[in-house]
Design a binder for this molecule. Structure first.
Ligand code: FES
Length: 98
């Protein structure tokens, strides 16, 4: 479905997705890195529990929400990967601190 432009991207970096080391390309967004690594879902719906994954890739649909470096509900299509980044898929709604 998706193809990389041949001239796109720099070197490779390592990120952690749900504690698993994953190789990503520098310059990719987190959403692109997740899709390239085979993670088609970055969260589940808080209402039905259905898996949700990146759809628009441009910050409109909010289906790409993920926890990035400990901060929940970030739009992964708008954040660039960087070495050592920690990404967790979200299950249900974000927990709000009391
Ligand atoms: S994929 Fe639509 S907001 Fe990120």
């Amino acid at each position: 479905m998706f193809e990389r432009l041949p001239e796109a991207g720099g070197g490779t970096i390592t990120i952690a997705v749900d504690g698993i080391a994953v190789t990503a390309r520098a310059g990719d967004t987190v959403a692109a890195a997740l899709l390239a690594a085979g993670f088609l879902s970055s969260r589940t719906s808080p209402v039905s529990g259905a898996p949700r994954g990146p759809y628009c890739m441009m910050g409109v649909c909010f289906d790409c929400l993920a926890t990035i470096d400990g901060i929940g509900s970030r739009q992964s299509c708008l954040v660039l990967v960087r070495e050592g980044m920690r990404i967790e898929t979200q299950r249900g709604g974000r927990v709000v601190a009391p």
